[in-house]
Write a protein that binds this ligand. Structure first.
Ligand code: ADP
Ligand code: MG
Length: 340
């Protein structure tokens, strides 16, 4: 067979293989888009563990009708100009909507504050329809039906509806910790529901959001963590040693507001507690790192949950030092100040 370019739909399905692993990945991408659009209220509804339906309604900026075809086109984004080193939004790859549209039935309805009428575009298994007028509130509604109907091989790998619904809840809880001033709701036919009312975007608000997401008990057993070194700022809360868990699933880490799963951060938390926790026990922690976007690479994997720090040693030292100091100040750990 001669060499020829892949079709747009196949290109998008290949990207979907990496970006959209399961229904929870769709929810993550759509909620990130709503947050990037400045939404204050994000409503998520699902059916069938997200495989039958995922609907995300936001009150953000909206998309002008003439830009709807671009929004569902590959590598089209309003977020990144020409500098991959200066990423300040959650999205930047221009991949999520076209990927979803290539493996599901996607409808995008939106109205901007300026635009007097709403408009809608539909993509089904990679086929994009015309832009049509539609009644809409200010903001954007995205509906995804029959996820993976166009890629049956992926559909076969889905776990039970219950497991997928649980993963969706987890995504929302995780992102909600970083955006206390945004109201999140989750509802639908799946049993898991959430209602996280907006709270102030300050330290007090964070404590209340942690109470909503992780339970009051954590908020009552957490030490405030705060440190800064060479332009890297660390804030958040970490549990006292007696409030530990049998796994590390209760550790939440964020880099410039982005939820990340990072071995370096997980290792630093383990290191901070190694003298005070048994090896099979894990602290509960919510940690935020803020640093110049040029000092961290988020363009590691299409799902954007991996990061690479320019100076990993600095980040590790900052986390270990700050947690140990907080433990020492409470007399929960012998002082090692002065030791290396
Ligand atoms: P990315 O987020 O990387 O830019 P997406 O495929 O997720 O790529 O979205 C493409 C574009 O569509 C975004 O850059 C944005 O301009 C627009 N968009 C998507 N979702 C929303 C939303 N909920 N509100 C406003 N604009 C949106
Ligand atoms: Mg996006």
């Amino acid at each position: 067979m001669p060499i020829r370019p892949l079709s747009e739909t196949v290109i998008n399905q290949i990207a979907a293989g990496e970006v959209i692993e399961r229904p929870a990945s769709v929810v993550k991408e759509l909620v990130e888009n709503a947050l990037d659009a400045g939404a204050r209220r994000i409503e998520v509804a699902t059916a069938g563990g997200g495989l039958n339906l995922i609907r995300v309604v936001d009150d953000g900026t909206g998309i002008p009708p003439q830009e709807l075809p671009l929004a569902v086109s590959r590598h089209c984004t309003s977020k990144l100009s020409d500098d991959i080193h200066d990423i300040r939004s959650l999205g930047f790859r221009g991949e999520a909507l076209p990927s979803i549209g290539s493996v599901a039935r996607l409808s995008l309805s939106s109205r901007t504050a300026e635009g007097d009428a709403g408009a809608q575009i539909v993509v089904e298994a990679g086929r994009t329809g015309p832009v049509k007028p539609v009644a809409a509130n200010r903001g954007t509604t995205v509906e995804v039906r029959d996820l993976f109907f166009a890629t049956p091989a992926r559909l076969k790998f889905m776990k039970s509806e219950r497991a997928e619904a649980a993963a969706i809840t987890d995504v929302i809880r995780r992102v909600a910790l970083a955006f206390p001033a945004v109201r999140f709701t989750l509802s639908g036919t799946d049993r898991s529901t959430l209602d996280l009312p907006a709270v102030p975007a300050d330290g007090e608000g964070l404590l209340r959001r942690m109470g909503q997401v992780l339970g009051r008990e954590f908020a009552d057993n957490a030490l405030a963590i705060e440190a800064e070194r060479e332009g890297v700022r660390l804030t958040g809360y970490a549990s006292i040693p007696s409030f530990s868990r049998g796994n590390a699933l209760h550790q939440f880490a964020y880099v410039n507001g982005r939820p990340v799963r990072d071995k370096l951060i997980a290792g630093a938390i383990r290191g901070a507690y190694q003298d005070v926790l048994a090896r099979d026990r894990h602290a509960v922690a919510v940690l935020f790192l803020a640093l110049d976007p040029a000092l961290v690479d988020v363009n590691v994997h299409p799902a954007k949950a991996d990061v690479r720090f320019r100076d990993p040693g600095l980040v590790r030292g900052l986390i270990v030092g700050a947690i140990r100091q907080a433990l020492e100040e409470q007399g929960l750990r012998a002082s090692t100040r002065g030791a290396a």
